[in-house]
Write a protein that binds this ligand. Structure first.
Ligand SMILES: [Zn+2]
Length: 54
């Protein structure tokens, strides 16, 4: 059921799976792996998540 592409968890940009290993930014948040198109998206996503949890 895996699609041929993945999406940035933050901005939903489509990232072709062939390039994901090199061109994406991966990070683990609370034990789950998330994939982003860049480091900025990863940081923004983490920030937003933190804000939700007040
Ligand atoms: Zn992004």
């Amino acid at each position: 059921m895996n699609p041929k592409f993945i999406r940035c968890e933050y901005c939903k940009a489509v990232i072709p799976s062939e390039t994901c290993a090199l061109a994406t930014y991966k990070t683990v948040i609370e034990g789950k792996e998330y994939i982003f198109c860049c480091k900025q998206c990863a940081q923004r996503y983490q920030k937003r998540k933190g804000n939700d949890r007040k």
